[in-house]
Design a protein. Structure first.
Length: 324
């Protein structure tokens, strides 16, 4: 098992397979994806060697991310390749929901069993203003299809934006009244290119937490292998509400995940100051021992916390570049 100097273990890998995204969300890629030279994303054979090494180091949960991972034409093949590994008991992906309704069954059959869908507003106009696409109803239908085909863990990601969608909690509560999904409010995070936007739209997740407590919702104990969300439930609701508050005290004490970018760099933290190249060790099967040793060694350098509160966003330009 991968363990760092603060006795945190890491059974969870977030693997980006592309930086490309077909949405232009205001908080991430307001001008859309801009191609950066002739960047080459990890090939299937490289991904297989990488995942095999992490599995042998104790990883059992993998999330495929982007950009928007489903824009890769071989996304289903990549999912099936990882899904065929019996050691991976939880195989998730994060998506903007584009084409989810049409492909949910195929992706479930490939071995994916958990899904996070970004839907920052249930108001069609706001959704269009945030994402640049008039697809809110289409994405909602995709969520319903994911539930129908048997995804075991369905989550909706909502980036909390002051003055934009901070008044929509009741709409999401109405949705989870009878729908067994988790709506997760994510605090807007400062990145390398969004300081002005961050200062204008950042709002503490306490804005939502205080309302939930007032309405009788109860904070749950964090389960093994879970992500960073603090989860709230209510006896009268089928679904739940989660809060991801990276500026909160002790947010990093429960860190359990590592990240690999779409070009093969290991990131010890979403907001770390260095990326460790692994791609040169993904070219043949006989490099696996060196790869595993390199990954394990890097845990010695994982910091106790990010430094977002000090305005230090590390080397991450935007969320799409690192896998969110």
């Amino acid at each position: 098992m991968l363990v760092d100097n603060y006795n945190r273990s890491f059974p969870y890998l977030r693997l980006s397979i592309t930086e490309v995204c077909n949405f232009s969300c205001t908080y991430c890629l307001p001008n859309g994806y801009q191609k950066d030279g002739e960047k080459s994303f990890l090939r299937q054979d490289e991904i297989l060697r990488l995942v095999n090494a992490f599995v042998e180091l104790g990883v059992w949960k993998i999330r495929i991310t982007g950009g928007e991972p489903t824009v890769r034409k071989d996304f289903t093949d990549i999912a099936k390749m990882i899904g065929d590994m019996t050691e991976v008991s939880k195989l998730a992906f994060t998506t903007n929901g584009y084409k989810l309704k049409e492909n949910a069954q195929k992706w479930r059959d490939a071995g994916l069993n958990a899904i996070n869908i970004s839907i920052d507003s249930f108001n069609a106009k706001k959704f269009h203003d945030i994402t640049g696409h008039n697809r809110m109803q289409e994405v909602r239908e995709g969520i319903e299809k994911a539930i129908e085909v048997g995804f075991e863990d369905v989550k909706i990601n909502v980036v909390l934006l002051k003055g934009v969608n901070d008044d929509e909690l009741n709409a999401y509560l109405d949705y989870v009244k009878d729908t067994p999904v988790s709506v997760r409010y994510i605090e807007l995070m400062q990145t390398g290119d969004n300081l002005t936007y961050f200062n204008k739209f950042h709002l503490s997740a306490d804005h939502i937490k205080d309302q939930l407590i007032d309405k009788g919702w109860v904070e749950n104990i964090r389960s093994n292998g879970a992500g960073p969300a603090v989860n709230f439930t209510h006896a009268d609701y089928a679904g739940s509400i989660g809060l991801i508050a990276p500026y909160s005290k002790d947010f990093c004490t429960g860190c359990n995940r590592l990240r690999v970018t779409s070009t093969g760099d290991l990131r010890l933290c979403l907001f770390g100051n260095v990326g460790i190249p692994l791609r040169h060790m993904l070219q043949s099967d006989d490099q696996k021992d060196d790869l595993k040793a390199a990954i394990s060694k890097q845990l010695d350098y994982k910091a106790s916390s990010h430094f977002l509160a000090l305005g230090d966003t590390g080397i991450m330009t935007n969320l799409s570049s690192t896998g969110g």
